[in-house]
Design a protein around this ligand. Structure first.
Ligand code: S3P
Length: 174
């Protein structure tokens, strides 16, 4: 792991924050979340940023936060689902840490996000179709940027964190 950094990428609802928090405790690293940091810096919620600045404005904020956090050492960073859309962000993630794609099927993602009011991109006439569309478009990009892919399983997230801890510790020793 470059400088002990682990970057989590994946769709909204894939469980990046839940897994990231657990893993950070186990591996004794600091946990951060780009969305939380954007909201902290601006003092408003993500839906409000989308409303005021549009998606492009939000992506600019996201790129700035990501650029700052990849410079850290020994962190686990959960990135927003669309952070991998800009090639410059992908390069930064690849260059500064190990990238883990937390994969979930579109059905699972839909189940986990359908009640969320905090995700402006999923506010669509047909939100289920929107999840499928985003998944189809992004899945190859997540795979391209990732060093490894793991299946997200919320029921077994503790076991997943345990398994990943072992793998990451073994990789660090190799
Ligand atoms: C987005 C995902 C969100 C947040 C924003 C845009 C996306 O983060 O960054 O609403 O483009 O998929 P989560 O993946 O944490 O939901």
């Amino acid at each position: 792991m470059h400088r002990g950094n682990l970057f989590l990428v994946g769709m909204p609802g894939s469980g990046k924050s839940t897994l990231g928090r657990l893993l950070a405790k186990r591996l004794d690293k600091s946990f951060y979340d780009t969305d939380v940091e954007i909201e902290r810096r601006l003092g408003v919620t993500i839906p409000v940023i989308f409303e005021l600045e549009g998606e492009t404005g939000f992506r600019d904020r996201e790129a700035a936060v990501l650029g700052d956090f990849v410079e850290f050492t020994n962190v686990i960073l959960a990135t927003g689902g669309g952070a991998i859309l800009r090639p410059a962000n992908r390069d930064k993630l690849k260059q500064n840490g190990t990238v883990l794609y937390l994969h979930a099927t579109p059905e699972t993602l839909w189940e986990r996000t359908r009640r969320s009011k905090h995700r402006p991109l999923l506010r669509a006439a047909d939100p289920r179709a929107r999840v499928n569309e985003l998944y189809e478009f992004r899945d190859p990009i997540y795979r391209e940027v990732a060093d490894f892919v793991v299946e997200s399983d919320r029921a077994h997230v503790v076991q997943l964190a345990q398994r990943l801890e072992q793998q990451l510790r073994a990789a660090a020793r190799a």
